[in-house]
Design a protein. Structure first.
Lengths: 492, 306
């Protein structure tokens, strides 16, 4: 039904192009879902982040290309010993309600979010942080549980809250940060309004006022953009790309892969696993399903801006002859491979599985596609006892570091892992505690290379984030998927 | 009268109880919010901790007893997704859904009477065929598509009305029309067929023979007798609007009512919120049914509430 609806809508709208009304330095952004709270430390919630990324700031920040740089910290935090860091803070910053930003605020924010009583859904980002201590007004010490090479990425995720206002019972409805925008109003179900923070310490944003609207249906978001009601819409469907004034796309944080069972069944033979990689025309997937808004995965669960990316490893090229030959060599021609997928959870999830299965069939595999409802699908993805031959999954990784996705999918015993490669697991474990960035990155390069040679996965695509933008808004989207209004401009 | 209301409410409570228990059992059989709500990469330990926090690690019968005691006090607990009391969310959304349903079905009802009568006056005539044809179209158009069509024409092309949202009274027009059209099509057909039945009866001839003006014969005598099935269908349409169509219409128009919220609660496996929504919708259905019974007695005094 969904697909039919989109087709009908696309057909209808192709012939209709309307003018766009520009409003002076005010923009409306349509998000897919309304925030459940505006407390920036409590939930794992994309709608909340989209709004709060403009109100709150973090000690570390990223450039639009993903490079880490100091945010509220005056300089990059310094490693004191294997498990403590010293963070110097920028002086002279105040929260929008006048509270000073200082060591007390940072210590308070860290302790608040790691407090088990507080029960933050973001805890998985911070579970290595043990404590924080004020040294002087602008210096804080952060203690980790053993060496934590990812601390800087973690600090990039942790929003700093004002100590006294955050104790207010209404804090979750009235956010106050140090960022370029301040909160004005939240009409539940309707919109959230922010205004420029005149006292902002950094570069002053151009746009004066932002209104967030919540529209879950992609067709309705498109209609709103075309009618001039919205200036920026999120998650534009690739098939709508020709209907919007401008489509902005940037490398995203989602990576569809197929996990192959390396210990049993037809995929036990490394030649079969390699053949399954050679058999798939990834370029056709990117163009046919995503209208080009996806890159061929370079044979790893990372994109170039991520820590651990190995630029020497490349995608298995599309080579059906070689795939067929490998299968024959392994005596696996005509063998049945069961592939598990789900429908409607991720963009084009079912379509990708079906297309891959068709490519496999062409080189002499009998693929058996089984699409399950998401819950039942998860039962199979998480089943540690009997692994399916092949399981499709979309991994997402907000910290932009190899650790999270490798621990889950590459490492033996990880929640979605189908191999028992001890060497690979030890590389990932070693990297987890290696604080020297050079050595750590070398460990991941080895891990990436090993998994690639062993073809533990069929790496498919790196999916891009696509935004629909009105003509008068200028914006270069970011690889970390943050929608920073301060980086947008309106021209009239 | 009083006894009647008590009796109907007694039945209603059994219905609501049954529906809610059913939802409790079904959601716990097919769904597992722990799996769905945490990021895929969450570890087994994180999952166990989260399950404990939600109280879903307790035996199912303990959860059920808890659920029943809470429900007796209309307390459904906190939504797993929004972390606010589920009833607060439902009460926030319910008026929006009721407004849309009543306006939409009210509109359909108001238009169906004249259209149905016109069609019934000359069965097989041009106006009749035209009305039937239009009704068939109304019945066949998928509602989501109708909604998108209206958005494209009236919001994107003509820019008379907004595409989505609830910012002003103008925002309700397109969703209300989308809600109304399929119901209107069904109502017109019923008005038409029961009017045709009535107009062929002896008393109509008698009235006409006695010299009563035509509009009185049709508009007062025949219409009143023909209206019983119309009212029945109208009540049924209202129920379908609240309990069914609202999901489609609210999603298309980003109308933040119960239907859209129910969709989102299902996507996120928010069992608690889902229970509160189903309970409330069941209650609304029971109340609408009781109101309909009263309306019957107003139309046809032979019917007694017993």
């Amino acid at each position: 039904m969904n697909r039919m609806r989109r087709l009908l809508l696309t057909g209808l709208m192709l012939c209709l192009v309307g003018p766009v009304y520009a409003q002076a330095q005010e923009i409306v952004i349509a998000l897919g879902s309304e925030p459940t709270t505006l407390d920036p430390q409590l939930r794992e919630d994309g709608g909340e982040r989209a709004v709060n990324d403009n109100i709150y700031e973090t000690l570390m920040a990223r450039k639009p290309d993903g490079t880490l740089l100091p945010g509220l910290a005056a300089a990059e935090p310094r490693l004191l010993d294997s498990s403590s860091w010293e963070v110097k803070l920028r002086p002279g910053i105040t929260f929008q309600n006048g509270e000073p930003f200082n060591a007390d605020a940072v210590v308070y924010s860290i302790k608040r979010i790691i407090d088990p009583q507080f029960n933050s859904e973001q805890m998985s980002f911070f579970n290595t942080i043990k404590d924080a201590q004020k040294v002087d007004d602008l210096t804080v010490k952060v203690f980790t549980d053993g060496p934590d090479p990812i601390l800087l990425s973690r600090l990039y995720w942790m929003k700093i809250v004002p100590p006294s206002h955050s104790k207010d019972a209404k804090f979750a409805e009235k956010p106050v940060g140090t960022g370029p925008y301040r909160f004005v109003r939240w009409n539940r179900g309707q919109n959230i309004i922010l205004e420029k923070n005149q006292a902002y310490w950094g570069d002053k944003p151009q746009i004066r006022k932002v209104t967030y609207r919540f529209v879950s249906d992609p067709g309705t978001r498109l209609a709103g953009l075309k009618a001039g009601e919205f200036d920026v819409i999120t998650n534009l469907l690739p098939e709508f790309k020709d209907q919007v004034p401008k489509a902005i796309h940037v490398m995203g944080l989602e990576f569809p892969i197929i996990i192959l069972h390396a210990d049993a069944g037809p995929t036990k033979d490394v030649r079969v696993r390699q053949a399954l990689n050679y058999a798939v025309d990834k370029k056709a997937l990117a163009e046919g399903l995503f209208e080009g808004f996806a890159q061929i995965s370079p044979g790893q669960l990372l994109s170039p801006s991520f820590f651990g990316f190995n630029k020497d490893v490349q995608a298995y090229p599309y080579n059906p002859e070689k795939a067929g030959a490998l299968l024959k060599e392994a005596g696996a021609a005509g063998v049945t491979v069961e592939v598990i997928g789900t429908a409607g959870r991720w963009l084009k999830d079912r379509e990708m599985v079906e297309a891959v299965a068709a490519f496999w069939d062409k080189v002499g595999i009998k693929s058996k596609v089984r699409i399950f409802e998401f819950n039942e699908y998860l039962n199979r993805l998480f089943d540690r006892k009997t692994r399916a031959d092949a399981i499709f999954v979309v991994s997402s990784n907000e910290l932009m570091d190899a650790d999270k996705s490798f621990s889950a999918y590459y490492k033996a015993g990880g929640i979605g892992s189908s191999n028992t490669d001890k060497e690979l697991a030890s590389l990932i474990d070693a990297a987890r505690t290696e604080t020297d960035p050079g050595k750590r990155s070398a460990l991941y390069h080895q891990a990436v290379k090993r998994a690639h040679e062993q073809a533990y996965f069929v790496w498919l695509l790196n999916i891009e984030d696509v935004y629909g933008v009105s003509k008068h808004v200028e914006w270069a989207a970011r690889v970390d998927a943050k929608m920073l209004v301060g980086e947008m401009t309106v021209n009239k | 009268m009083g006894r009647y209301i008590l009796k109907r409410f007694g039945h209603g409570i059994i219905v609501i109880f049954g529906v809610t228990v059913f939802v409790f059992v079904i959601t716990r059989m097919v769904g597992d919010p722990v799996k769905v709500m945490l990021p895929l990469e969450a570890t087994i330990e994180q999952r166990a901790a989260f399950e404990k926090q939600l109280g879903l690690d307790r035996p199912i019968w303990v959860q059920f007893i808890d659920f029943m005691t809470d429900m007796a006090g209309l307390n459904f607990g906190n939504s797993l997704w929004q972390h606010r009391p589920a009833m607060t969310i439902v009460l926030e959304k319910l008026p929006l859904t009721l407004a849309l349903a009543f306006l939409g079905i009210g509109l359909a009802f108001a238009l169906s009477i004249p259209l149905g009568i016109i069609a019934s006056l000359k069965p097989g005539g041009v106006s009749d065929r035209f009305t039937v044809f239009i009704s068939l179209i109304g019945l066949s158009i998928p509602q989501f598509w109708l909604g998108l069509l209206l958005i494209v024409v009236f919001a994107v092309q003509l820019r008379w009305l907004p595409t989505s949202g609830v910012d002003s009274p103008a925002h309700i027009i397109l969703p209300a029309i989308t809600m109304a059209l399929p119901a209107l099509a069904r109502l017109v057909m019923i008005v038409r067929s029961s009017m045709i039945d009535e107009l062929n009866r002896q008393y109509v001839k008698t009235c006409t023979a006695k010299g009563l003006p035509f509009y009185r014969v049709v508009g007062v005598h025949a219409l009143r007798n023909a209206s019983l099935p119309v009212v029945t269908l109208c009540g049924w349409e209202l129920i379908r609007a609240v309990a069914g169509y609202s999901v489609v219409v609210e999603t298309v128009f980003a109308w933040p009512g119960l239907g859209l919220t129910a969709m989102q609660a299902i996507e996120r496996e928010d069992l608690i919120l889902l229970q509160a929504i189903v309970f409330t919708v069941a209650l609304v259905v029971v109340v609408i049914n009781i109101i309909m019974d009263f309306v019957y007695t107003l139309i046809d005094p032979r019917l007694k509430l017993a």
